[in-house]
Design a protein. Structure first.
Length: 207
């Protein structure tokens, strides 16, 4: 089987920004090697693995950005870089990458896309699945509703890929995990105010 992984880096950064309420740093982003470990660990002998990161190059990119690209390449990724201009993204480039790598290999192909952009990727992945390919989307479940509801596409939450994918745990509201706990789940405050809020909210309503 040929396993094709495409990481939509701009979209992943957008989702992390929504979770963190700030721009993510390198320490916040997924550990790239963990994606490779997951692919290798879930592959069979003889499988061909083609992993790729597709990224926008910001106008103020410096040596640190080049160092990150080098790190991805040393980890085993192909890296596609595209200058950032206005609202430009790498969606069409991901589609072209998948089409090129899957040509002649269907249905013996496993396509994995790391993104939350159902508007762009749900339909083409569904088409590949209808042709016999296996289609998987990896993302944060709270931003992946249409992918999760699809009967043709497998969905995996990013934090379920590998425990080592993130250096530090993210503060998220994962209701699917909460529903699995018969004893209930506590979610801690997202601000430092804790209980000292200007308006007291009781368990029964607003006081």
């Amino acid at each position: 089987m040929k396993r094709v992984l495409a990481v939509d880096a701009p979209n992943l950064d957008m989702a992390l920004t929504r979770i963190l309420k700030r721009r993510p740093t390198r320490a916040d982003r997924p550990v790239s090697e963990a994606f490779i470990d997951w692919l290798v660990g879930t592959s069979e002998p003889g499988d061909e693995i083609v992993p790729a990161f597709l990224v926008n190059i910001p106008q103020d990119a410096d040596g640190r950005f080049a160092g990150w690209v080098d790190h991805l390449r040393r980890s085993g990724f192909y890296v596609y870089t595209k200058p950032k201009s206005g609202d430009s993204d790498v969606d069409s480039d991901i589609i072209e990458f998948i089409e090129r790598e899957c040509r002649g290999h269907e249905p013996d192909t496993h396509i994995v896309v790391v993104s939350h952009d159902a508007r762009r990727f749900l339909e083409p992945l569904t088409v590949y699945a209808s042709r016999g390919a296996r289609a998987t989307v990896i993302g944060f479940e709270e931003y992946s509703g249409r992918f999760i509801r699809s009967r043709d596409i497998e969905f995996i939450d990013l934090e379920d890929v590998r425990p080592s994918l993130f250096v530090r745990a993210l503060s998220r509201t994962r209701l699917t995990v909460a529903r699995q706990s018969a004893d209930g789940t506590w979610f801690s405050p997202m601000t430092e105010l804790g209980r000292a809020v200007s308006r007291t909210v009781s368990m029964d309503g607003v006081a």
